[in-house]
Unconditional design. Sequence first.
Length: 230
Amino acid sequence: MKLVKQLTTAGAPAISVNCDAILYGGKLDDISVAREASASAALAASDDSDDGVISPPILASDLILYPYQLYKLRLAGADAANLQVAALEDKDLLYMTKIATSLQMQLVACVTSDVQIERVGKLSVNNSIKALVVSNRDMETFALDETGEQALKLLRGNAIQEFRTKHPDVLIFVEGGVGVVKDEKDTGSSYLQVIKEAGASGAIVGSGLAHKKEEDGGLALKALLADLEK
């Protein structure tokens, strides 16, 4: 996995691997391959530099509906997994957090509405849920809100403010078109800057890297981060 090695060397804080077979043609083995590639790149970089490079955690992105999926992802080498809150009932969400804790695995909860944020907020969130991801996706059609307004509305809403009050240690990320969405108001600010100002701790990028059209994924990541500093 050339891209994984490039992103590791560039200092990516985490690497999300989509192992969804239906939507993206991914597979469970992609987790193991990504972990091995990342570890190899980190080791090689450490030999070449006194500063060293840490192998970033691997986040498994899949439609997780059953506990056994978490076991399989953990065995494959995933450090964390993405839960689609819209696809799970409250009791199932709670059970998933308990399973993840027993596996020493972290979770990120992906939401697309204020109601879903409230549902996660009502959970007895333990050490397993490390991030809340507000998405620009429609989970029924998987279509992307190309304006980026869906995530921004959630970031600026009352539900997420209440969530922050209850769970101040849980990070808030944005996903879905990050790095690609354009500012239609032409304020001069990139979408990354806008979500940061709205309270996002970070973002999950994929299409944003591809949009940079760099042959080296590490350079694409650095270019995306440069946009944030403008």
